[in-house]
Design a protein around this ligand. Sequence first.
Ligand code: BEZ
Length: 211
Amino acid sequence: MTLQLGDVVPDFTQATSEGDISFHEWAGDSWVVLFSHPADYTPVCTTELGTVASLKPEFEKRNVKVLALSVDGVESHKGWIKDINETQNTTVNYPIIADEDRKVADLYGMVHPKALNNLTVRSVFIIDPNQKLRLTLTYPASTGRNFDEILRVIDSLQLTDYHQVATPANWQDGGDCVVVPSISTEDAKEKFPKGVTEVKPYLRMTPQPNK
Ligand code: BEZ
């Protein structure tokens, strides 16, 4: 069954490059970005995993753990990590799941046989501290992902969970926000003391409340 936003994500125990993990226990009170890639020792994946390692401080600032997955084994992952560190000038300091039996890939629907036979496509799952699924993305093997976009979505999710706003197209942290439709403009003016601009009765903007 396809995972849907709001579902509690499936738990699993699987080997990783940093030892076995039981997913829900490992996730604890953190947000998680779980992302799959097709295979070890492939060029686009090498750049992706290096990029995520470089961005690890940004994920940590947001209380996010990162967890990669491919269907290769632990020894393969360990050898490839050396190449990633060498070529991407970084240190991969997060686990890569060795999903040789495709247990996790099947649970999360990461194998799309019509796109990539028997290998995982580039899936992304953003999971909140209640272990609920908050975003999914699926990219083809030929397109490396934009991890700045994933950080941007996390900023939006963490903001909109606590304030009655939504974030408009191409929003970046610090930018103006949309007042959610369930609040009247009158109530919004009280709730958002920095000001509310009514562009249309259904389109009200306010400065980001937590900045
Ligand atoms: C890559 O990571 O470079 C890649 C993997 C599978 C197919 C195409 C590209």
